[in-house]
Ligand binder design. Structure first.
Ligand code: NAD
Length: 503
């Protein structure tokens, strides 16, 4: 079996792709010889196949190595740990060209306008997390004479991290919070995008992280993912993915009552009041759903505009989207919208669009057929492209408004007043993000207070800052990533009572 393979990137650059499971800082074969095939969403052609973990033996091997490493990782000084994070961030920056091209090849992200930003974000996240390493302490106070109480924030042990396909490297980097908090990890990459994390894994070893702190098992979710979640040696699961799988994970994790953080699906509203700056609202509305091919959990996929500005908004939205979101091959530097992740996903998105038409929506951009692709040639025949699609006249109960499509599809409808807008916003099983456009400070803050979501953007959409907690409510999951709340999710808070007076 192959543990490395020389691959040629679309740019013509050759590189050595690791294919093994990454356990104890080395690439090793699967113990049952199975493999996971990965394909290029831009062409539909197979790229290669990586070693797929045996759900019993290999997952167990990775967890045991992480468990052994946990003891020694605890004894590494915080300064040394911080230096490792900085070295790794530097290595990511030094290898940004390769990492972004591999990310693009495997996920279909346009390399220049998307994948590169993700890799930059990985380096930034690691630097941000480095700053938390020596700040995980608790509180101390004296409740009475002769009494002292304090809390210790201790790592949980081995954390199983399960990541989705839509931001393979950057979602992974968020879960490095577990390592910053003193835990060791076993990562399961998404079955559609196993490549970039293995290239990154080589850098982890080069940065000097001890064996077993960061392990990667590739494989399918229902076998390898389930085995990791049910493993009794795993102390916590940090999951990012669909709500359906989140439900399975919560159920399976109950085997030893391990805590779970669930970052699941969304259907975030974007509400545009008549006093809004419409040109700004148009730009953010388009960015909030068409970036990353609409494969964004917090994507603002249902837009409602107050009646008096509705037609103006639609005309401007179509013009702006046509100009700013060209569809192109992932390697094309001018491409902003690449292919969907798989053929199944492309078919699913087309079927949602057809369903919306039959329910009463009006297509004002895009549609359920292959879009024009800039600089098209036969190399991209077979790619899983869907063009940015805008569906006007959407009603709150339509399927495209209620269900997560996870593609570049924005449904737009109208509302009458604040109460109507709030009712529509909260009429969803999800509660990840919500965006509001208004010039009224009072209206904006009332919206932020009353909307049922984990995040709110006032006069923007899908902005991200590492200091801020990321996560949702309702069927979008629970727990938070990033910021100090994200860090707390990876620690056990121990209460210590000290008595130094005699009874
Ligand atoms: P998915 O749920 O299909 O897969 C996510 C991960 O879970 C993959 O690694 C997969 O192999 C694994 N998996 C699948 N079945 C499993 C099981 N039974 N047990 C354990 N692991 C299993 O999601 P996806 O298609 O990769 O990603 C898209 C979804 O992720 C969307 O619903 C999106 O909203 C969500 N998402 C959420 C956030 C967030 O922060 N809230 C961020 C990104 C993506």
């Amino acid at each position: 079996m192959l543990l490395y393979q020389e691959l040629t990137l679309p740019s013509g650059q050759k590189y050595s792709q690791p294919l093994g499971l990454f356990i104890n800082n080395e690439f090793v074969p699967s113990s049952n010889g199975s493999v996971l095939i990965t394909e290029n969403p831009g062409t539909g052609k197979v790229i290669t196949s990586v070693q797929a973990a045996d759900p019993v033996k290999d997952v167990d091997r990775a967890v045991k190595c992480a468990r052994k490493a946990f003891k020694s990782w605890k004894s590494v000084s915080l300064i040394e740990k911080r230096e490792m994070f900085f070295r790794l961030a530097q290595l990511v920056q030094d290898n940004i060209d390769l990492l972004s091209q591999v990310e693009s090849l495997d996920s279909g992200k346009p390399v220049k306008t998307n994948a590169r930003e993700d890799v930059e974000a990985v380096a930034d996240t690691l630097k941000y997390l480095a700053g938390w390493i020596d700040k995980t302490g608790g509180d101390a106070f004296s409740p009475a004479k002769g009494k002292l109480c304090y809390t210790l924030h201790q790592p949980l042990g081995v954390v199983g991290c399960i990541i989705p396909f839509n931001f393979p490297l950057s979602m992974m980097s968020w879960k490095w919070t577990a390592i910053a908090a003193g835990n060791t990890t076993v990562f399961k990459s998404a079955h559609q995008t196993p490549l970039s994390i293995l290239v990154f894994a080589e850098l982890v070893a080069r940065a000097g992280f001890p064996q077993g702190v960061f392990n990667v098992v590739s494989g399918q979710g229902d076998s390898v993912g389930t085995a990791l979640v049910r493993h009794l040696g795993v102390d916590k699961i940090a999951f990012t993915g669909s709500t359906r799988v989140g439900q399975l994970i919560q159920r399976n994790a109950s085997v030893n009552l391990k805590p779970v953080t669930l970052e699941c699906g969304g259907k975030s509203p974007i509400i545009v009041f008549e006093d809004a700056d419409i040109d700004e609202a148009v730009k953010w509305a388009a960015f909030g759903i068409f970036y990353n091919m609409g494969q964004i959990c917090s994507g603002t996929s249902r837009c409602f505009v107050q009646r008096s500005r509705y037609e103006e908004f639609l005309i401007k939205l179509v013009a702006f989207t046509k100009e700013s979101f060209p569809v192109g091959a992932p390697e094309d530097p001018d491409s902003v919208v690449g292919p969907q992740i798989t053929r199944d996903q492309q078919i699913k998105v087309f079927s949602y669009i057809k369903g919306a038409i039959s329910q009463g929506c009006r297509i004002i951009l895009g549609g359920p057929e292959l879009p024009n692709i800039i600089a098209d040639d036969e190399r991209h025949n077979g790619g899983f492209y869907v063009g940015p699609t805008i569906l006007a006249d959407a009603e709150p109960h339509y399927r495209v408004v209620q269900e997560e499509i996870f593609g570049p599809v924005l449904s737009v409808g109208q509302f009458d007043d604040y109460e109507d807008a709030m009712r529509i916003s909260n009429d969803s099983q999800y509660g990840l993000g919500a965006s509001v456009f208004t010039q009224s400070i009072a209206q904006a803050h009332q919206f932020a207070d009353e909307v049922e979501s984990g995040m709110v953007w006032i006069n923007s959409s899908n902005e991200l800052d590492y200091h801020m907690p990321f996560g949702g409510v309702k069927m979008s999951g629970h727990g938070r990533e990033l910021g100090k709340y994200g860090l707390l999710n990876f620690t056990n808070v121990k209460a210590v009572y000290v008595n130094y007076c005699k009874l």
